[in-house]
Design a protein around this ligand. Structure first.
Ligand code: PMP
Length: 356
């Protein structure tokens, strides 16, 4: 080994789902939205002039921050935007998890958390979910350096009821609690009944993170945001400006505002996905699958007879991509993103034949 190799940071990176190329495939492996972004996004894209790219973007993303603050009824000093929620969460780990005590997140949850913790050398512990994949809130009541969990959880799709989310926050007021709501818009009911956003007014140590990648159909444009108290948002911005001032490019800022404007389209597409998901649960059940009761835009399903890996391979042969995690505890499940009704019908037609 060369002497300088000792100075290289060694990390085990997060592995994102495949992005296979081709028009005919059915892509249900990365929780993308099957519908296009709001029509206003397409219009704004057509009106965009390359000339504007000559200049640097607004480093504060003020128009987008303004649109989000208005949409969620919070102050502009309570909103932080980043390049996808991955960027927002990475910045949050760097900013808020400085304690020497371990941070806590569920053993089965977004696998990127462990990668960021390792990258930033943050100690962590991962309390186990119960046998039915539920978060056990009592595991988060012990001394810690901060807490993060997705709600609904990924890849299980299970929603932790808001009173239990609040209990975790209430019992952890000496640390920062981050609720990763990447999938909350699919949780049904009204957001007031499921999202921790309202609790931001009550708890200064709470950060709620959401994304344009799923419910707003814009995974490719990379927008995520956090809502929290002005103290948390200021701290996040200070770290961001110590790293890269111009994280959000001009198109993202413009198209993000357009997406937020069209509330009707947002509601319509989200409810179509929720409807398809509920129907898909019935179809999967009839085919012999079992699964936690998902409130997200995917279902984490396991077949009573056929191993998940075999099904994953058989589907791939058919150009139907679902996500398979070859990890203990997860390796007999498929995470199936909810596509259009037609895509799901193709999936079920194949499975019906294959499973006999
Ligand atoms: N949180 C969770 C729980 C996710 O599943 C994802 C998607 N991989 C993200 C955050 C990040 O999404 P994005 O960076 O596209 O906003």
């Amino acid at each position: 080994m060369k002497a300088w190799e000792a100075n290289i940071r060694r990390v085990v990176p997060y592995v994102p789902g495949d992005q296979p190329k081709g028009d005919r495939l059915i892509k249900l492996n990365t929780n993308e939205n099957p519908y296009p972004p709001a029509p206003g996004v397409q219009r704004a894209l057509q009106e965009m002039k390359a000339e504007t790219f000559r200049k640097y973007p607004d480093p504060t993303s003020s128009d987008l921050v303004h649109a989000l603050a208005e949409r969620y009824g919070v102050g502009e000093d309570q909103v932080f935007v980043g390049v996808g929620s991955d960027d927002v969460i990475a910045m949050s780990f760097l900013t808020f998890f400085l304690s020497e005590k371990p941070i806590l997140f569920p053993d089965i949850s977004y696998s990127f958390y462990k990668v960021w913790a390792d990258l930033f050398r943050i100690p962590y512990e991962t309390p186990a979910l119960d046998a039915d994949f539920h978060i056990r809130t009592e595991d988060y009541m012990r001394p810690n350096g901060g807490v993060i969990f997705p709600n609904p959880n990924a890849p299980t799709g299970l929603l932790l009821p808001l009173d239990e989310v609040e209990e975790i926050i209430r019992r952890n007021q000496d640390g920062i609690v981050i609720v990763d709501e990447a999938y909350i818009d699919f949780a049904g009911a009204s957001p007031a009944e499921t999202s921790a956003l309202e609790l931001v007014k009550k708890y200064e140590n709470l950060l709620v993170v959401q994304t344009f990648s799923k419910s707003r159909s814009m995974a490719g444009i990379r927008i995520g945001y956090a809502v929290g108290s002005p103290i948390l948002i200021r701290a996040l911005n200070d770290v961001k400006y110590s790293f890269n001032s111009y994280t959000m490019n001009i198109p993202s800022q413009i198209l993000g505002v357009e997406a937020v404007k069209d509330e009707a389209y947002f509601r319509e597409t989200v409810s179509k996905i929720v409807e398809t998901r509920e129907w898909a649960k019935g179809e999967l059940w009839k085919l012999g699958f079992s699964f936690p009761d998902s409130r997200a835009n995917f279902i984490f399903a396991s077949h009573r007879r056929v191993p998940a890996e075999q099904l994953y391979e058989a589907l791939r042969q058919e150009q139907i991509y679902v996500r398979y995690f070859k990890q203990p505890g997860l390796d007999n499940h498929l995470r199936i993103t909810i596509g259009t009704r037609e895509e799901m019908e193709t999936l079920f037609a194949f499975l019906k034949g294959y499973l006999g």
